[in-house]
Design a protein. Sequence first.
Lengths: 253, 268
Amino acid sequence: MGILAIAFNTFREGVKEKIFYAIVIFGIIIMGSSRVISSLSLGEVEKITKDLGLATISLLGLLVAIFVGTKLVYEEISRKTIYTIVSKPITRSQFILGKYLGLILIISVTLAILTGFFCLVVYLNLGTLSLPLLGAIALIFLELAVITSVAIFFSTFTSPISSALFTVGIWVVGHFSGDLKALVQMSPSSLVKATSIFLYYLVPNLSNFNIRGEVVHEVSVPRLFLVFSTVYGIVYTTVVILISSLIFRRRSF
Amino acid sequence: MKSVVAVFLLVSCIYPLQRVIDARWGSEEELVRELMYFPTGRMMKRLVLGYDEMAADLVWLRMIQYYGQHKQSDRRYDYLGHIVDVLTDLDPRFIHAYTFGALLLTDDAKDPSRGLGILKKGAEYNPMDWRLPFMSGFIHYVFLGDYDGAARYFVRSSSLPDAPDFAGRFAAYVYGRKGDSDVSLELWSNLYHRSENEYEKLAALRYIKRIHTERLDLLVRRFEDMYGRYPLDLTELVKVGWFEDLPRPPDGSLYYLDPDDGKVKCTN
């Protein structure tokens, strides 16, 4: 019960942030402009509408996760509201989990609004909707769930600016994981190989959640890949939230 | 009040400042400078952090802009091949980028080997797509006059999944009528009706009109040889039985005989 109360409270706090509305409005404007942009595209209306919409949903969801997520725990400490919370019959792990779920709720609402508008734009531009687009958005949501857990993790022990920078760093490296693997194969140095392998498994492999190209080009994605990616996302997120709880439990205020 | 006036004054300076910048260091210059430093597609693929398709769309729009600017000015397309390469590295499944890029490289940049190279690259990434060998056949037939090569590609195209009937039809045409301008005319008409790309349509229309006017000119000369005068108008060619109907370009314009020089021209 305590977890849900924290989650809803976090959601209420989050949606009060002006940046949340700015991001959603910005997303709607970008997707709305796809009609104009695709009119210059020499017959590539479908591709550009879908690419632009999916990229917008993914990038703006990331911005919400970073801007809102990295402040949540820090603000409770800096405003000293954490004392009120920890004095209640609630563990610190429950607090972290509640914060995480609250942020996931904010991201869900953001994605739901942007997806609704995206479907409208696709329908207006192309006269039809395709179900696989929602599959791509579901995996974007999973990617954001992983990144949100990383943002919460950093926010348990650093300032919002540092957490934002570290989270962006992890997001960037997460998209380079294919190169890390290539480095393992190419490098003659065993130290470089060991470090690359370690980083490859440590940092979330975000390409597991990217099927945007396949969906736009109507290439089928193996069902098993989707299952493994989903399980990977859930396991990775759980691990990061557990570690965040462990750190937060040892923290003194 | 002073600050409001200052803001208005400064804002009114922006327009003339930008005009001067555009006039002296125009956007085309900027575009060329930018393209010179366009990194390779493989490098860009890493830099765009998973947004490959979106980045490819931006490069596609930039390619259209680059092509349009040069088509209206110097007709030099030095960076076109590089842009198509980057574009298809970023999104290897972007079939229209291969086919359109190949057509521009062959027709406008006069570099058919690069155009065919792009199509070969596309076929390596998309071996089951009929449009890539079809365009290779098209280039071999229309631009290179390599009818055997064209036939091979049309046959390959027609054997792939989802290939339309006309791919097989062209394979048969090319085998039966090597070098026949009817086949070229069919190929261009097919492209004109199939494409949603304005530039492709324009190129197709240009070639359709060229083939039609060359044929009509030939018949006008024949008429002149037979009757010792130009026909009064092109319908006389129909009256003598050389045509059932006069050919008409697909954009609705009309061919006419210019009485001054006896040449066939088009109203549009």
